[in-house]
Design a binder for this molecule. Sequence first.
Ligand SMILES: *[C@@H]1O[C@H](CO)[C@@H](O)[C@H](O)[C@H]1NC(C)=O
Ligand SMILES: *[C@@H]1O[C@H](CO)[C@@H](O)[C@H](O)[C@H]1NC(C)=O
Ligand SMILES: *[C@@H]1O[C@H](CO)[C@@H](O)[C@H](O)[C@H]1NC(C)=O
Ligand SMILES: *[C@@H]1O[C@H](CO)[C@@H](O)[C@H](O)[C@H]1NC(C)=O
Length: 571
Amino acid sequence: MAFKNLSYLIILISLYLSLSLSKPHRNTHPPPTPSPPSPTYPNPQETSPALGQWALLQKSIGISAMHMQLLYNNKLIIFDRTDFGLSNLSLPSGKCRYNDEIIDIDCTAHSISYDVALNTYRPLMVQTDFWCSSAAVFPDGTLLQTGGYLAGAKKIRQFSPCDDEQCDWIELEQNLTVQRWYASNQILPDGRIIIVGGRRAFSYEFFPKNQENVTLNGDFYLKFLRETSDFQEENNLYPFLHVLPDGNLFIFANQRSVLLDYTNHRVLKEYPVIPLAKRSYPATGSSVLLPLKLKAGEAFPEAEVMICGGSYGGAYLKARVGEYVAASNSCGRLKVSDPDPKWVMEEMPMGRVMPDMLLVPTGDVVILNGAGRGTAGWERAEDPVLYPILFSNDVEDPKKRFTVLNPTIIARMYHSAATLLPDGRILVGGSNPHIQYNFSNVKYPTELSLEAFSPPYLAADLRHLQPSIISVEYPTDYGQQFSVMFSLGQDVKTGVINVVMIAPSFTTHSFAMNQRLLVLDSSDVQQLSDVAYKATVSAPSSRNVAPPGYYMLFVVNEGVPSHCVWIKMNV
Ligand SMILES: *[C@@H]1O[C@H](CO)[C@@H](O)[C@H](O)[C@H]1NC(C)=O
Ligand SMILES: *[C@@H]1O[C@H](CO)[C@@H](O)[C@H](O)[C@H]1NC(C)=O
Ligand SMILES: *[C@@H]1O[C@H](CO)[C@@H](O)[C@H](O)[C@H]1NC(C)=O
Ligand SMILES: *[C@@H]1O[C@H](CO)[C@@H](O)[C@H](O)[C@H]1NC(C)=O
């Protein structure tokens, strides 16, 4: 691959403009009308707006939102699986799949494209099963999805975003080297995607493959993946992956973690074992790389991983016989960039298995979805945790770092997902702990709904603090200064403006793959007029710090973020 053009492209039009310019849909298959808000949410007057707010976006999108990815055109690709039976959303007329392993004819969709601004969706068609799979976005904005189940287990599929509503999944001719079911993906600094692990897949591989050298073209055995697989329970699937500022890959599975030099195929070091619970599927916890705070000219910002929730060894087998073990309330933080780091443990206000952990523009972490007892897997959990938690990264006192937020009314158990939206809300969907679609006679019915959670920073009484991005100038290289113009209805106080970049995640099974938040070094905020300001910031120093691709750029004023503008870091 060539890395000649280091300049970034920039989408000059802010989200606000792009939303107002969104083209109307074609009439080939008009999107269903948005469903009215549910009357059953707690009355906003009775809940504190300072603790966030829930809204029902869609009662049903026809499929269960098990996997989701936001693309740079403000549309999400959402999918469940093709071996559930018929979904509640028809494919456009004439389209069907025939004779797969489960069903003779299936003319229903198992994937959609969801338009954030319009709150509409359209069915997509996939040929083979992408259940419990993984994905990442290439630097050009194309989603690359790998693996799945049965005939889909070695498949590689691609989705290129479009504005005319005509684009759909494309299955590539090439296959994965081995079957990958419950693997994780990560975009690398060199623009390739690495695919790690999966059930009985104790190796990693890349896409695209090395064309010059066949011996580097297959998969690479990683003993760590075999060693972390527990007898009968596994507890090491969907490994947590984070690219560290030195370019190496942090891989966490079960309770262990290593640093992998994937270029020379060497494990560089092993970190200490995280105490207490197991953290990987089906003892599912979640993991984030905490915000990287960048300083101009500094190549290696401090990097810290935080892993929360999960359940204990044996909990999965116990759940099979109806004994649901209380989930862990522990979080561990590890300064992975230190030469000799130790886990620092803290406690969430409640235990949680299958938490989603999302980085939000303020640099905090919202933890939501999941259950209080049991594990991931069919019918394996009880006690939905309806309350999100805010982890405030900069609060010194550990007792004050966690805030319990306003609850939802919808249980989001196994197979639910969540992701950050361009306006700072969090999209929440999915939940299906059953082997088929079951809408009645079960305790936790299959959820086809979509909700949005507005974190506390979106409260109406903070609106006067919200900046609006006017434009972003082109930086010409990694490490260069560039400026962000924004408006604000009041004076900017000193030291309260942050400019952050967030890589959107591919979320499934409680892990937001590729999620990354960079706090840019800001040298100066200049007032241009009564309402207009210019912040001068430094671009990330290298591709190791910011792997190439599309990022959401937010201006945050006194803890209140603007809507994002998409910027592209080129390979
Ligand atoms: C899905 O369709 C079935 C059959 O028409 C119906 O009974 C069920 O209520 C629908 N589920 C949802 C969540 O809309
Ligand atoms: C990929 O796998 C399919 C099904 O096993 C096979 O038909 C096809 O030839 C493979 N493609 C390549 C490029 O090897
Ligand atoms: C291919 O890569 C292997 C492993 O790095 C190396 O030993 C071998 O010499 C390479 N072959 C060629 C033709 O470059
Ligand atoms: C779930 O749905 C499937 C398929 O419709 C049905 O066979 C099964 O009995 C349902 N399970 C329950 C518990 O209702």
